[in-house]
Design a protein around this ligand. Sequence first.
Ligand code: COA
Length: 381
Amino acid sequence: MTGNIKVNKGLAGVITDDTSVSKVMAETNSLTYRGYAVQDLCEKCSWEEVAFLMVNEELPSSKKLADFIEKEKGYRNISKDLLDIIHKFPKAAHPMDTLRTCVSYLGMEDKRIWDNSLVTNMDKYIQMLAKIPTIISATYRCKKGKKIIAPRNDLTASENFFNMCFGKIPGKEVIKAFDVSLILYAEHSFNASTFASRVITSTTSDIYSAICGGIGALKGPLHGGANEQVMHMLKEIGEVKNAKKWILDALAKKKKIMGFGHRVYRSGDSRVPTMTKYAEKMASITGGEKWIQISNILKDTMIKEKNIYPNLDFPAGPAYYMMGFDIDMFTPLFVMSRITGWTAHIMEQTADNRIIRPLSDYIGSAQRKVLSIEERKAGKV
Ligand code: COA
């Protein structure tokens, strides 16, 4: 508060627009996409159906789904020019940075860049949905000095992604757990990256620029980057016996514990129970039970000491680790999913647009005079 003006730091509690994409209900720890409970979507729908729902507002008929999937499969290849660029990226670059650059390049390759019509944006969306997994896996293999594996169109999106990364397709349980993670990560109302995408869209810029802005915002450890930090933390703790002391020490030092807390949820994140169930399945398949045991100690201690609950990144981080992904791929996996929510919001913003331009409360110097050169030379300020 300065003077009579109340500033909502971080836009906390500020409603900036209407949306019909998703509803976050903190009071009941629940979340719906287009009116469907996210848990139901996880158990009863494929990732492809949710990717359709997000931008089309309805679940697809079997014919519409088949057409959507066929189109997505047809767009999985990326250009030779983009592959050449991927080969030239610095090996130490973070995959979120390389992904941001690649999406920007997709925009440069698209002759329809300034066409923001719904029909064209729908096509651009399916292109990005199809190409982002190819970009992520190609970057991963290139970084490891391995031969890039081309996409296959006889596989589902997730099966194809695992095959492009690792040259093999895991069992059904792993694919299901991965699909569930994508469904849970797909959308979450006016979070920072979605809002960034909407701000960019509000200037009537193009969808690729808005997605690049979303990627930039998601990268931060307070947002999507938290899933990577969670796994770094679990690895630093290392063993179950270290967990309690580690977390108590961290709290005593007033450290932020990654994967905990949320701006909207105050007593638990609606997505955590489902993701935890699938992380536990991954642990029993891969022998990674210690990650679950360490996580449980951290969770119980955080709730007891701080009354702060885990968010989705807390179980998603170790689940991705147990699926075999390198830690720096976790946030790009989030992008593979959130492209759906971002696009739904970009379309919503485009359909009923007004430039987003808030105000600020100025607290700098009072207006003052610029002295003449002579006065300043004489040492006056
Ligand atoms: N570890 C330790 N303390 C935390 C915490 C965490 N993960 N999250 C919140 N707190 C503390 C804050 O420091 C603050 O303490 P203070 O009042 O003494 O300053 C208090 O809880 C209230 O914070 P809150 O207003 O809820 O935070 P926020 O809405 O500004 O920020 C997050 C929300 C998500 C950015 C924040 O909880 C956080 O940084 N979490 C860790 C990163 C993370 O997991 N991000 C993914 C989010 S889905």
